[in-house]
Design a protein around this ligand. Structure first.
Ligand code: FE2
Length: 290
C-alpha cells in the first residue's frame, strides 16, 4: 500500500456555552483557523441534556451565498422557512440546505421534543458556494437516516454513512455543487481503513468520540480536535485502537475565491455583502409566517 496523507495540523475545537446551557464545540472559524476552503464553519451542537421546556434553538435568521448542512445524531430539530417549507430532523437525518440567493429560516427543537426534554447532539457544516452559484434559487435536500447509504468493510470492523461523496465503493444520495465528501465513520476496536481521496481535495477529520489513529504514523488524536491532512498522498488512513471510534471525514476541492463574510451572508465582495443586507432588510429574502 502507498503511504497515506500525513497530518499537517491539529486544531482543538473551542467550547462555547450559549444561552440556556447550549454547548457548542467549534473547530472553525476561530482565531486559529478562519475557514477551510470550501468550508466556512463547523459546529458540534452538544451533546446537551435538556430538562422539559428548556431546549434552545435559532429563531428566524437569513442566509445567502452558501449551504448549511445539518446532521442530527440525537434529539429532534424542527425547521421552517420563508418559502413555506417546514419539517423535522430526527437522529441520523441530514438536511442539506442551499441558501443561494437567500432564505430566512428558523432551526428550533421540535415542540414535542422540547416539552418532554432529552439529549440534543448534532452538527452543522457551512459549505461555501462558488461565485457562479451564490445567487441560485434556494433549495433543500432532505435525506432521512434510512436513505443514507452505508458501507461496511470486509472484516465488519469499519462502517461508514456516506452523506456526500463516495466511500468503500458506495456513493452518496446527496448531490453537491462542487466536489465534497462528508462521511461518518464508526470503527470497532482494531478496525482500520485506507481510503482513496483525490489529491486536489482538502480533507480533515473530526473525531466525535474515542481516540482515533491517523495517518502513516498512526498518530492518536482524541475527540473534539480537528485533524487536517496534508496533500502528500492519494489515500487517507484511519484506525481505532482499543476503544471504538466515531469520526467525521470531511473534504472538498478548494474554490480559491475571495471570501467576504458578514454574519449569515458569505459573498465574494464587500458590495455584494451590502446588497445582501439591503435585500434582507427590504424583505427580499422573505419572512416566515408564524
Ligand atoms: Fe441557519
Amino acid at each position: 500500500m502507498s503511504i497515506s496523507r500525513s497530518i499537517e495540523r491539529i486544531i482543538p475545537a473551542t467550547r462555547t456555552v450559549e444561552g440556556g446551557g447550549f454547548v457548542v464545540y467549534r473547530p472553525f472559524p476561530t482565531r486559529l483557523l478562519m475557514d477551510f476552503d470550501p468550508f466556512l464553519l463547523l459546529d458540534e451542537m452538544g451533546p446537551t441534556d435538556y430538562a422539559p421546556g428548556e431546549a434552545k434553538g435559532a429563531p428566524d435568521h437569513p442566509h445567502r451565498g452558501f449551504e448549511t448542512v445539518t446532521y442530527m445524531l440525537e434529539g429532534e430539530f424542527g425547521h421552517k422557512d420563508s418559502a413555506g417549507h417546514s419539517g423535522t430532523l430526527r437522529a441520523g437525518d441530514v438536511q442539506w440546505m442551499t441558501a443561494g440567493a437567500g432564505v430566512v429560516h428558523s432551526e428550533m427543537p421540535a415542540e414535542e421534543f422540547t416539552s418532554r426534554g432529552g439529549r440534543v447532539h448534532g452538527l452543522q457544516l457551512w459549505v461555501n458556494l462558488p461565485q457562479r452559484d451564490k445567487m441560485i434559487a434556494p433549495h433543500y435536500q432532505e435525506i432521512p437516516s434510512t436513505q443514507i447509504p452505508v458501507a461496511t468493510s470486509e472484516d465488519g470492523k469499519v462502517s461508514v454513512k456516506v452523506i456526500a461523496g463516495e466511500a468503500l465503493g458506495v456513493k452518496a444520495a446527496i448531490e453537491t455543487r462542487t466536489p465534497i465528501l462528508y462521511q461518518h465513520f464508526s470503527l470497532a476496536p482494531g478496525g482500520k481503513v485506507e481510503l482513496p481521496v483525490p489529491r486536489d481535495y482538502r480533507v480533515f477529520a473530526y473525531p466525535l468520540s474515542g481516540t482515533a489513529l491517523y495517518g502513516p504514523q498512526s498518530q492518536p488524536v482524541r475527540a473534539q480536535q480537528m485533524v487536517i491532512f496534508r496533500h502528500d498522498s492519494d489515500t487517507i488512513a484511519l484506525a481505532a485502537g482499543e476503544e471504538p471510534v466515531e469520526l467525521l471525514l470531511i473534504g472538498g476541492v478548494p474554490l480559491k475565491e475571495p471570501v467576504v463574510r458578514y454574519g449569515p451572508f458569505v459573498m465574494n465582495t464587500e458590495d455584494e455583502i451590502r446588497q445582501a443586507v439591503t435585500d434582507y432588510q427590504a424583505g427580499r429574502m422573505g419572512a416566515i409566517s408564524h
